[in-house]
Design a protein around this ligand. Sequence first.
Ligand code: PSU
Length: 306
Amino acid sequence: MPAAPLLWSEKAATARDAGRPLVALESTIITHGMPWPRNLETARAVEQAVREAGAEPATIAVMGGHIRVGLDDGALEDLAQARDVAKLSRADIAAALAAGRTGATTVAATMIAAHLAGIEVFATGGIGGVHRGAESSFDISADLTELAETPVCVVAAGPKAILDIPKTLEVLETRGVPVIAYGQDAMPAFWSRDSGLPAPLRMDSAEAIAAAFAMRRRLGLPGGQLVANPIPAEAEIPAATLAPHIEAALAEAAARGIAAKDVTPFLLGRVLELTGGRSLEANIALVLNNARLAAGIATALRKGNV
Ligand code: PSU
């Protein structure tokens, strides 16, 4: 059987061959999570943050029948400006590859790609989860299933605050996914440091997170870890400030019949407008923060002393 169609960038391949730590980055945040041109600026800044923290970034996307592992600057710019890019998850990544379509990878699809490429650590903004009203809509992100099945350590700022966070934590627990708050007891909620719920686990160093990940591997447990890294205090938007904007965005999504894959991009876009751009600044700050922690975890894993 032919191997998975991975196409490595020169820089990512050089780091791989030299045994240097790699951090996977997703592309849906670029195409569906942030507006042009801040999306491109952020994608570049996140790559830079990973490099400054001692690892090599590998932004993942589907282009020309390949899973690209690492995008050079031209490819990153093309993707950031492209229109009608598919948002790919586990269900549609193979179809997009087979048809040669361009697609951005969600957390779930990026985990699949990272695992195929042998990359153990992945940084993003926030994961998908159980949507509010899921008891009637059944809208639960495939990111949660992927965390239960694919052995990649995902660093995020928690589930996005547009979601039902208690139900998201319940599903993660049922599926056996370790959820680790970094440096605090409370579960963070993306734009806010505190969701009001305790995190199932707490760790205070990249080494401890790497050691737990390595131990799961030794135990033969499938699936990954979710590291919930609180947004830096100076960038956070308190949950009470956000709540009315999230309610308004959710009501509008319901009134307009927005469903399935379109829900998250719509809500992120409306919250951006309703907060006068403040949510975008917060999103950028938290993803940079996650990139730095992910580089630390990748470095600790590579040192092999865990
Ligand atoms: N993090 C961000 N912005 C985003 C995302 C993550 O800061 O837009 C993307 C990720 O790709 C994640 C997706 O997998 O949102 C969740 O989409 P859904 O709820 O449709 O599963």
